[in-house]
Design a protein around this ligand. Structure first.
Ligand code: DGY
Length: 322
């Protein structure tokens, strides 16, 4: 019987779908400590990991040569050294598609919170501050007729752009390659260079993966070139944004606000962001709906079990390892 390590309890339907013996790490609300991960991976045929676990050569050495599959419970795989897994013939799979719409919804929740100052309004009332309807109270930014810039226009970027059309926004995007006409056409989406997008957008929504090229893609010099009325929203990976520089840009009024679902040193949040009214922050909730987390769990388990049977996982990322 195959031996598997699951690094965190998933929703019940996904746990029930695991038809193998498994070692489950259930700790306090922290990621599995590294030492524990290295120790418990030893001798396992499969790993079901979260985005909080680093799967690198050290971990693969600790696991041993029988490891056949790493099923990541996330679409983002910046936590996994895929070339190293491929070199060792270990299959790597993720959970694409099933979280696209939920993540686009969170991007929009953040956009709306930033432009209409929802977080600030909520905090005002909860602090029991006296208030009265006032023509100048908590004025935000209009979305209708304005421009959204999508950075990284894959599945989630496109879903975010589709929602923008409903808000009457013009869509521009920056991507490694142009979208095919059948996708760009209905969105009215126009390709821009990164610098053009930064200067033109009223809302920038980040959907690119974290790679060495995108680390701190958004930094002080970029914020200085954004419109002072613009907002920046990040639902991809925290290190794409230089958080200290972002806090300074919002504080100095270089940009109107920012909405973050992900953080540079997650789970830590840059202290300077916590006191800024123009910033909405939520704890990496992009895929956090009952439906999506169930679908992610079932897909991760399906990927794991296919790999253990020697079959091709549905969301295999490294077919060269087969
Ligand atoms: C992912 O899947 O990469 C998200 O960040 C968590 O759902």
């Amino acid at each position: 019987m195959a031996e598997v390590l699951v690094t965190r309890r998933l929703v019940d339907d996904a746990m029930a779908a695991l038809d193998c013996e498994y070692d489950l790490w259930e700790g306090p609300p922290t990621a599995i400590p590294r030492g524990e991960f290295l120790r418990r991976a030893k001798g396992k045929d499969g790993l079901l990991t979260l985005l909080t676990e680093k799967v690198d050569a050290e971990l693969l050495d600790a696991a041993g040569p029988q490891l056949r599959v790493v099923a990541n419970y996330a679409v983002g795989v910046d936590n996994i050294d895929i070339p190293e897994c491929t070199r060792r013939g270990i299959l790597v799979a993720n959970t694409p598609d099933v979280l696209t719409e939920a993540t686009a919804d969170i991007a929009w929740a953040l956009i709306l919170s930033c432009v209409r100052r929802i977080g600030e309004g909520d905090r005002l009332l909860r602090s029991r501050t006296e208030w009265i309807w006032d023509p100048r109270m908590l004025l935000g930014q209009e979305l209708y007729g304005r421009t959204i810039g999508i950075v990284g226009c894959g599945r989630i970027g496109q879903a975010t752009a589709r929602r923008a059309v409903g808000f009457g926004m013009r869509v521009i995007y920056h991507n490694s390659r142009p979208l095919p006409d059948e996708i760009a056409g209905p969105l009215g989406a126009e390709l821009r260079t990164f610098d053009e997008l930064v200067a033109e957008s009223d809302v920038i929504s980040i959907h690119c993966p974290l790679t060495p090229a995108t680390r701190h893609l958004f930094n002080a010099s970029v914020f200085a070139r954004m419109k002072p009325s613009a907002v920046l929203v990040n639902t991809s990976r925290g290190p794409v944004v230089d958080e200290k520089a972002l806090a300074e840009a919002v504080r100095a009024g270089e940009i109107f606000g920012a909405g973050l679902d992900v953080f540079e040193r997650e789970p830590a949040v840059e202290e300077a962001l916590l006191d800024l009214d123009g910033v909405t922050i939520v704890p990496h909730l992009g895929s956090a709906t009952i439906q999506t987390r169930t679908a992610m769990g079932l897909l991760a388990v399906e990927n794991l079990q296919a790999g253990l049977r020697g079959e091709r996982p549905r969301a295999l990322l490294n077919p060269e390892a087969l």
